[in-house]
Design a protein around this ligand. Structure first.
Ligand code: AFP
Length: 418
């Protein structure tokens, strides 16, 4: 197999969004074959939004019985387990993904397995503590942040199917020089919630994948600056253009959850066989749920409408004597996974010291909102649908309210005066 060297692009402050780069009018899949292979690629952006917001979820719900019956048929799963690999093959056979994309997703699963192993052994392999550097966000990098970023990047590069990668831990997107075909764009946060690692609390990886855009072809790039601009343009696509999104939770078990646009599927890592095994077919976030997950230490810095919303959740008279419960891990993947399963709302609002909150649009808010919508839930900034935001910078932050549809709508009734 050929080696896949990566070119770290020259630094260019303008490309970080201080002065947003112009975006092409539309993003067009490079090849007609991809149009056929990927479910929504031939649709308009509006149609795609509709697919993300409900149509696909309905389709998923329609198909759900067969998946559930398949799961129940499994009984002793070891007899006929649906593994992540067999599921990927099935998606390819159905024409939902193409073989190149299956390779990319498979490499992400491999990265997650390796990171799960590293996280599990961190305390006994000198991988706890700080790396001694800060990332582009000005956050102290943990040793495992750095190692996980390398694992994720190397797994994606080695596929020969990934053209550009953008990570929380890298200042600029990285162009993968040698690809056989595919050129998928992958954005990821290799280890979210890493400040929890040393205490052995849940952490996770988050990722999203896009088609490359035809208007910013890497082939046209003659110099480093053009290449960098092309990379940024390729990466800065709105969430409604995502072809896949997912996360992997490293906790009491390792759970890979993802969607390729036809519902949300969860796979639990069986450490005995080293395989992700289907454990959560066609996940649906409950329509409502009385759990809120916010860092209330920031309360005094929130807008009055968010304060009023939180106060209302805590008012026993409003909820038949039992107010909402508060649960907050401080690791988005863990808090979001619980919200997917039990219902409720996760929120990271803007505050006086951080008007756009803390979470990053490209590799946190958009992938999680894609999953939420695919599972029948919602992802909102409090003012607009997260998936409709056109990113202006790779590491852009936006407020996030995500989870059960009725809970996010209730929040919006305060923030949008609905
Ligand atoms: P770290 O990766 O630095 O631990 O940040 C995690 C995170 O981005 C997200 O996973 C949490 O939901 C959020 O930050 C928690 O932030 P607060 O500590 O400000 O509540």
């Amino acid at each position: 197999m050929a080696s896949h060297a990566a070119v770290d692009l020259p630094q260019k402050a303008a490309c970080l969004g201080a002065s947003p780069l112009p975006r092409p009018a539309r993003f067009v899949p490079r090849r007609a074959a991809r149009k056929a292979a990927c479910s929504a690629s031939g649709a308009s952006r509006t149609q795609k939004a509709a697919v993300s917001s409900g149509v696909a979820a309905k389709a998923a719900a329609t198909e759900a019985p067969s998946a559930n019956s398949a799961a129940s048929d499994q009984g002793d799963y070891s007899a006929c387990a649906t593994t992540f690999t067999t599921w990927l093959i099935k998606q390819e056979q159905l024409g939902i993904i193409d073989s190149e994309f299956a390779v990319v997703l498979s490499s992400i699963a491999l990265a997650c397995k390796q990171i799960a192993s590293l996280v599990g052994r961190a305390g006994i392999s000198n991988l706890t503590g700080l790396a001694g550097e800060e990332n582009v966000q000005g956050e102290a990098q943990k040793k495992l942040d750095v190692v996980s970023n390398t694992v994720f990047s190397n797994c994606l590069r080695s596929t020969g199917r990934t053209g550009i990668i953008a990570s929380e831990e890298e200042e600029f997107p990285v162009f993968v020089e040698e690809t056989y075909s595919g050129n998928y764009v992958v954005v990821f946060d290799p280890l979210d919630g890493s400040s929890n690692i040393d205490a052995g609390i849940s952490v996770g990886s988050i990722f999203g994948a896009y088609l490359p855009s035809e208007e910013c072809s890497m082939e046209d790039a003659e110099d480093g600056e053009t290449l960098l601009n092309n990379c940024v343009l390729n990466v800065c696509q709105p969430g409604n253009m995502l072809k896949a999104a997912g996360y992997c939770l490293y906790s009491t078990s390792t759970v890979l959850v993802l969607s390729v646009g036809n519902g949300v599927f969860g796979f639990t890592l069986d450490p005995l066989i080293g395989e992700f095994v289907m454990s959560h077919p066609y996940m649906q976030v409950p329509e409502s749920g009385k759990i809120y997950s916010f860092n209330e230490g920031n309360y005094d810095m929130w807008d009055d409408d968010v304060k009023a919303y939180i106060n209302s959740l805590k008012d026993p008279d409003k909820w038949g004597g039992k107010p909402y419960s508060s649960r907050y891990i401080g690791a988005l993947v863990g808090d979001f996974h619980r919200t997917m399963l039990y219902g409720g709302i996760y929120g990271y609002p803007g505050a006086t010291n951080a008007p756009n909150g803390k979470l990053r649009l490209l590799y946190e808010c958009a992938p999680m909102s894609f999953l939420a919508e695919q599972a029948g839930g919602m992802g909102s900034t409090g003012k607009e649908r997260v998936l409709d935001i056109d990113p202006t910078a790779v590491h852009q932050r936006v407020p996030l309210f995500i989870g059960s549809k009725k809970e996010v709508e209730y929040l919006e009734s305060f923030t949008m005066g609905k």
